[in-house]
Design a protein around this ligand. Structure first.
Ligand SMILES: Cc1cc2nc3c(=O)[nH]c(=O)nc-3n(C[C@H](O)[C@H](O)[C@H](O)COP(=O)(O)OP(=O)(O)OC[C@H]3O[C@@H](n4cnc5c(N)ncnc54)[C@H](O)[C@@H]3O)c2cc1C
Length: 596
């Protein structure tokens, strides 16, 4: 069975040293998350992941979910008990507001915990992950009575949540949505339609399931401007919060799919189901965007989490598997062959994954912290800057972490050779599970278009300019430091590539929008690499200072080497992306559709 150890030392380094989370003590909830409290929470999350969720990962994959003739869905053996433990442990309410029964702690902490739980068992973690996303949408856009009825039960995990966007004819293009809503005399709506691919749409883990559903109110405009958001519970809830009768929503089928078998992907049939409007009529996307942005960060973490667990198992195998001899002479002379970790190509593979994981984790912590500032700061300017950062980085994180997370799961499988292809060894499950993260929550091509088409130009480029200024200021501040030269010089070059690409798009996308479309994915990847480069430079600076102050440790020394590897062998990729972007859409668009 694959193993997993939560990367506690790396998380501690990021929270305590690189981002110095204690500096944010003025924000609500942060002073309750002192170093001791953080350690205790992270250690408990590590135990839960390693001891409870990891052993169920393979079980969930093998058994999958089962739909019964009456529409009930049962989850794999052990999921119910594990879910009870997650709910009773208060994990869903870690960063939910105290007034609804949560603990009000920074969401930076809950995103870190999410990485551990998701590495151990991605399919399982989606049940509570989606609930946390639905709770966030209700918190922002729900009416007071909706919040009072639904949120406390979702915070305890007694009720779970889902998001219902997709329909057979309507995936990326939500304007094509057909599910209809008819207003009733009592102010509720009757919802009718079919939703497909609904994660956690039906299961046996919670006593109620709260569906957030996009539908079109009778007479509403066509397209995206006529879409509204509704809350539709599986079991109706009385005004006093007690459970009533069964609502008109059932699971018609579950999908047989490539990965995440332990998570039920459902066709949901709404048949005059009773729902209540969330937010304003025809403004459904505003509410759904809150959930989607939460979920996009969550999905980004899925990419990182699969990359991390696959990496850990590739390292264990590379240390044990004996094949061939080192190019520079035998290393394990007492053995018939050397462990494959002596081979440069295996090391290149492992370091490439590791350098990504550590930078990606830093980007997640950085962005989650901005999320906390955006939601909790009293200073309007601070909130705006943090919100700009979130808007800009959400598509980058979702697109890049899941693309690279999947590629890394494949690379880690490659370290296992043929044994990586054998189901019992678990490596192929990481590959299959990681694959979906590139597709749902907006396929990655759409994330790239969101970045280039919406996030870059927004507010006259304010967010992107702030990012450029921050990276340039760091490079300037440490430019004269000889020890930082191997990091600052490549970072400045990469930033230059990103700035050139941005200028090129600004000058060439208005006249020919296909130039933006053809360059978007490269631009997103280029952006991600510069973000990683900045994270590496920051981490290395802190590691150098710590070594100077209190001596080297294996962890800190490895940081410096991995950081150099990233700068020398990964960051130069930015030049390739720039070249591609600057080649424009010419050859991409030249062939007529029928020539493909
Ligand atoms: C396992 C699983 C779980 C899911 N969970 C949920 C869930 O809980 N709730 C929910 O509502 N949905 C869910 N989905 C649906 C998922 O979000 C959609 O599959 C996804 O949004 C893409 O929609 P689509 O499959 O219809 O692809 P399409 O929209 O048909 O897209 C096909 C391809 O074309 C590209 N494309 C489309 N439009 C454009 C464009 N304008 N420009 C450039 N490229 C474009 C896309 O990037 C994609 O690569 C889930 C799907 C799966 C498989």
């Amino acid at each position: 069975m694959p193993s997993y150890k939560a990367p506690l030392e790396d998380v501690g380094f990021l929270l305590n040293d690189v981002f110095q989370i204690d500096r944010y003590d003025n924000l609500p909830g942060f002073s309750d998350a002192s170093a001791d409290v953080r350690d205790a929470i992270l250690n408990e999350a590590a135990k839960l992941s390693e001891q409870v969720l990891l052993p169920l990962n393979r079980v969930g994959d093998k058994e999958g979910c089962t739909r019964h003739d009456d529409g009930r869905v049962t989850t794999p053996t052990g999921f119910k008990e594990a879910y009870k433990q997650v709910a009773e442990g208060g994990w869903l309410g870690l960063s939910a507001p105290e007034e609804f029964g949560g603990q009000g702690l920074p969401s930076t902490l809950s995103h870190t915990v999410a990485e551990f739980l998701t590495s151990a068992n991605m399919a399982f973690s989606m049940y509570h992950g989606l609930t946390m996303g639905a709770t966030a949408a209700l918190l922002v856009h729900g009416r007071p009575e909706q919040k009072a009825i639904f949120i406390p039960k979702m915070v305890t995990g007694e009720w779970t949540g889902t998001m219902n966007l997709t329909e057979p004819q309507c995936g990326t293009d939500l304007g094509l949505l057909r599910t209809k809503a008819i207003k009733q005399a009592d102010g509720s709506y009757k919802i009718t339609g079919t939703k497909i691919f609904i994660s956690a749409g039906e299961h046996d883990l919670s006593e109620n399931i709260i569906h957030l559903v996009l539908a079109r109110i009778e007479g509403a405009p066509a397209g995206i401007k006529g879409v509204s958001l509704f809350v539709v519970p599986k079991i109706l809830v009385n005004a006093d919060g007690s459970l009533g009768g069964r609502n008109g929503v059932t699971c018609g089928a579950i999908e047989h799919k490539m990965g995440i078998h332990g998570n039920a992907t459902c066709v949901m049939n709404y048949d005059d189901a009773t729902g209540w409007l969330i937010g304003e009529e025809n403004k459904g996307m505003q509410g759904m965007f809150v959930m989607m942005n939460e979920a996009r960060l969550g999905v980004a973490v899925q990419g990182l989490a699969q990359s991390e667990v696959a990496y850990q198992n590739a390292v264990i195998y590379a240390q044990e598997r004996l094949q061939g001899r080192s190019l520079t002479g035998a290393k394990a002379t007492d053995k018939p062959a050397d462990p494959i970790i002596v081979h440069p190509d295996i090391r290149r593979t492992l370091l490439t994954i590791r350098a990504f994981n550590e930078a990606a984790r830093a980007m997640v912590v950085w962005t989650a912290l901005k999320g906390d500032v955006a939601h909790r700061s009293e200073d309007a300017k601070e909130r705006q800057a943090a919100d700009d950062h979130m808007g800009l980085m959400t598509p980058v994180l979702k697109g890049v972490l899941t693309d690279v997370g999947f590629a890394n799961a494949v690379s880690a499988q490659q370290v296992w050779g043929g044994h990586g292809y054998i189901a019992d060894n678990g490596m192929e499950q990481f590959v299959r599970d990681a694959r979906i993260a590139m597709i749902y929550e907006g396929a990655n091509g759409i994330q790239a278009l969101d970045l280039v088409g919406r996030k870059l130009p927004r507010d006259g480029g304010r967010a992107v300019m702030a990012f450029f200024a921050e990276v340039a200021a760091f490079a300037k501040q440490h430019g004269a430091d000889a020890a930082m030269q191997p990091f600052v010089a490549p970072l400045s070059r990469a930033l230059g590539d990103l700035q050139k690409a941005t200028t090129w798009l600004m000058m060439n996308a208005m006249a020919q929008p296909d130039n933006a479309g053809a360059g978007a994915t490269d631009y997103m990847k280029l952006f991600g690499m510069v973000g990683f480069g900045y994270m590496w430079a920051k981490m290395v600076k802190v590691a150098q200072d710590k070594i100077a102050a209190s001596g080297a440790t294996p962890y800190l020394t490895s940081k410096l080497t991995t950081g150099r590897f990233f700068m020398e062998r990964m960051l130069p990729e930015t030049a390739l992306h720039l070249t591609r972007i600057e080649s424009g859409c010419g050859t991409v668009m030249e062939l007529p559709a029928e020539a493909f």
